[in-house]
Ligand binder design. Structure first.
Ligand SMILES: NC(=O)c1ccc[n+]([C@@H]2O[C@H](COP(=O)([O-])OP(=O)(O)OC[C@H]3O[C@@H](n4cnc5c(N)ncnc54)[C@H](O)[C@@H]3O)[C@@H](O)[C@H]2O)c1
Length: 455
């Protein structure tokens, strides 16, 4: 009932049917993809570097609040063909860049508050959008993204890089070829100890934005890394749909404590000493319309090893990535190393065969970031539908505000909006490079590597 009210109150649900179905949307081919970047903090420069190597890309603009950050990224492009204009120094400097008429794609890597406002403005200005995770912080923002993308017919891809990791893509291909039988249950997570980084005021997040998120909201603040790959495997938005969720948070056992300890020696932390922080561990359970279940966890403050879990449980087989290496079981027995090798030979997607080895050399979370960026450019150049559309961006991001509502209401179940407005029943699954990938080449230091890769 809670979510019903919020959805009805939304300014953005103006019609009960979609304006235009963006699922499977093919934009006109772009031989050259001219990019402007906004947000060049810890994440941004890597994206600038990766994109600079891809054929057909021209980097037209670099923008950040801080001049120093813009200069750092400019330095990365030294000696390349890219001669971007630079934008910095004011909160809205990015608008000047977005308003240009010689840019096709705006790549947004800012704090979360800015994702939807910048993405909407860019689509309105006729640009495709690539936006970091999560794309939206509220249900209203999620609808705003959907309605803007439908009205402007511009792509809005949330850059969920974990969908391009090697084991995730392998299990996606296995699922598409019915290896798991019917998928019954999936699990994902973002368990990553960011406690020190969140509290780091000198070399951490700009203006402590991530500490502020953790001190002001209680729920799963970062659901998409775990959820994205599971939704693709379950064909969510394209054959099945998320229906409702229940979310529960533990208490906070260490964030406020740390704030209080730090405040003793440094008055900077005083304002956090009495804040009521997010519970350390959030667990969210989701039921799909076809009866599947999903469990998603979020914990960025506990002292434990990194995990996104990535578990797929089907009627015929089972897979789980963490603790790594990824494992597969059939008939209640784990496959041996040689059986796993055979499986990889059989089910490695074409996309990975094409750029996987090169991606590992270029890097970015072990290669997945490069696979994602390359695939985005290859799709835009070939006029292909993007692997993640605006409905995925809206739906996967919406789990944060919905989990906050559930946590605040003793884990009561909350309906999940259907951002496709019924099209999930007939939308076709996207290929995601499983069957093939284009020929966009990569200029990675030496020509030899390009040749080796056949790119
Ligand atoms: N997908 C991944 O694996 C991954 C990894 C890390 C971060 N991220 C995401 O990337 C984004 C950025 O994270 P980060 O770690 O780089 O944070 P950061 O704080 O290091 O960088 C954010 C940058 O945005 C700039 N910025 C803020 N407001 C701006 C404005 N109005 N105009 C222009 N620039 C502005 C800041 O100056 C800063 O340089 C976040 O959304 C985060 O969730 C994703």
């Amino acid at each position: 009932a809670n979510s019903e009210t919020i959805i009805k109150d939304s300014n953005y649900l103006k019609s009960s049917s979609s304006l235009f179905n963006m699922s499977g949307f093919r934009a006109p081919k772009l031989e050259e993809v001219r990019i402007g970047f906004i947000g060049l903090g810890m994440r941004g420069p890597g994206a600038v570097q990766r994109m600079s190597m891809i054929e057909g890309v021209t980097i037209k603009g670099l923008c950040d609040l801080r001049e120093k950050s813009v200069m750092n990224s400019k330095e990365i492009l030294k000696g390349t063909k890219h001669k971007p204009d630079l934008y910095f120094g004011s909160t809205y400097a990015w608008k000047e860049m977005v308003d240009r008429d010689d840019i096709d794609l705006i790549y947004i890597l800012t704090p979360w508050d800015w994702h939807t406002p910048m993405a909407v403005y860019a689509m309105e200005a006729g640009k495709h959008v690539a936006v970091e995770v999560p794309a939206a912080k509220t249900i209203d923002e999620a609808w705003e993204l959907v309605e803007t993308s439908e009205r402007t017919k511009k792509h809005c891809m949330m850059m969920e890089n974990c969908c391009y990791d090697f084991f995730e893509l392998l299990t996606l291909n296995m699922a598409r070829q019915n290896y798991f039988g019917d998928i019954i249950h999936g699990e994902g997570a973002y368990i990553h100890n960011l406690l020190d980084l969140n509290f780091n005021k000198t070399s951490g997040y700009e203006s402590m934005w991530r500490l502020e998120e953790n001190a002001s909201r209680n729920g799963n603040l970062y659901p998409t890394h775990g959820l994205g790959p599971i939704c693709q495997i379950m064909n969510i938005n394209r054959g099945d749909q998320l229906d409702y969720l229940s979310s529960l948070s533990s208490a906070d056992f260490n964030m406020q404590k740390l704030a209080r300890e730090k405040a003793i020696h440094d008055p900077f932390y005083a304002e956090y000493a009495n804040r009521s922080f997010r519970g350390n561990m959030n667990t969210t359970m989701i039921k799909t319309k076809k009866g599947r279940s999903i469990m998603i966890q979020h914990d960025v403050s506990s002292d434990r090893p990194y995990s996104r879990i990535h578990m797929v449980s089907g009627t015929k087989a089972f897979a789980q990535k963490w603790p790594t290496p990824g494992k597969v079981a059939v008939n209640d027995k784990w496959l041996s190393t040689s059986e796993m090798n055979d499986l990889e030979k059989k089910y490695t997607p074409e996309l990975v065969k094409k750029v996987g080895e090169l991606a590992k050399k270029i890097g970015g979370h072990g290669g997945m970031d490069f696979i994602m960026d390359w695939r985005l450019i290859d799709c835009l150049r070939n006029g292909l539908p993007l692997d993640q559309d605006v409905y995925d961006a809206a739906l996967w991001s919406s789990i944060s505000p919905l989990s906050e509502q559930s946590v605040a209401n003793r884990s009561n179940s909350i309906d999940i909006p259907d951002f496709t407005r019924g099209h999930w029943k007939t939308n076709s699954p996207v290929d995601i490079g499983l069957q093939g990938a284009g020929n966009t080449s990569v200029n990675y230091k030496t020509k030899t590597i390009n040749k080796q890769m056949g790119l």
